[in-house]
Design a binder for this molecule. Structure first.
Ligand code: SF4
Length: 265
């Protein structure tokens, strides 16, 4: 029997790093397969950005998860919202569909961790999947990523004006300021995010996206003012460049508080 052909796959998240990697690899690995694990709860900006990236790459970005989005798995998990401690969403909506797509084929999986990052990233335990880190190998850092995106004409996703990560609009890894950004930029999605929050009528236990507070409490005028004041102070401390700053803020976070690599690259 002939040896199975090794597949080359790049999992795009809709974030800046994996998108820059896709651009970087386009001519280096012409037979690359591009995939996107769709939770069906992404921002419209992400879907628009993927279309733009797809046009640049000149081949389709395969959407995985069709028909089995977040709501399906929320039901399967008894209505328990995912959290940083119980992150079933990443497992079921990002990792599993990718591994199912790959099957048992020998695969090189390209991961967009930069040379200036110390995260190790998701490496599948499946023996047929070998992770490669071209940005690390080539010494590509954050400034290089922005340069790659700009020079390609693809640019950065529009949501970077107010949010530092790709992923679900209600992602619990969001910074408080970003919840305000969601309310301002997508009031309809903010209302939908609110509708997932619940209070157990028997125990009084609250299931909220942001620890200890409902989204209404988080974005109440006095609290919102305080969040904005602190965010403005943080920004003054370093650079005046809004785009670089919001990404810099993200990098300052404790790694455990950051979104996983599969959801946000
Ligand atoms: S983006 Fe956030 S909410 Fe969505 S799957 Fe990833 S960790 Fe879960």
């Amino acid at each position: 029997m002939p040896e199975p052909v090794t597949r080359h796959i790049l999992n795009v998240s809709g974030g800046k790093d994996s998108s820059a990697l896709a651009i970087f690899m386009r001519d280096r690995v012409p037979n690359m397969e591009y995939v996107f694990c769709d939770t069906q709860k992404e921002l419209t900006e992400t879907y628009e950005y993927l279309d733009k990236l797809e046009a640049y790459l000149g081949k389709p970005i395969v959407r995985l998860n069709a028909g089995r989005g977040f709501d399906h798995w929320l039901k399967m998990y008894g209505g328990y919202l995912p959290s940083s401690r119980m992150r079933w969403c990443t497992r079921m909506l990002k990792l599993r569909p990718f591994e199912q797509y790959v099957g048992d084929d020998p695969v090189r999986s390209y991961v967009g961790i930069r040379a200036d990052e110390d995260r190790s990233g998701y490496v599948s335990t499946k023996p047929n999947i070998k992770a490669l880190f071209p940005f690390k190998e080539e010494g590509i850092n954050k400034a290089d990523v922005f340069r790659i995106l700009e020079e390609s004409g693809v640019g950065v996703p529009d949501y970077y004006r107010w949010r530092s990560r790709s992923g679900c609009y209600f992602c619990f890894f969001q910074q408080q300021e970003e919840w305000l950004g969601l309310k301002e930029n997508h009031p309809d999605l903010f209302e939908l995010a609110k509708s997932y929050e619940k209070v157990d009528p028997e125990t009084g236990e609250r299931f909220t996206w942001s620890q200890g507070r409902t989204l209404d409490e988080l974005t109440a005028p006095a609290r919102a003012q305080e969040i904005r004041r602190k965010a403005a102070e943080r920004k003054k401390r370093t650079t005046s460049d809004r785009l670089l700053q919001i990404v810099a803020d993200d990098d300052e976070l404790d790694p455990s508080e950051r979104a996983c690599l599969v959801c946000d690259l």
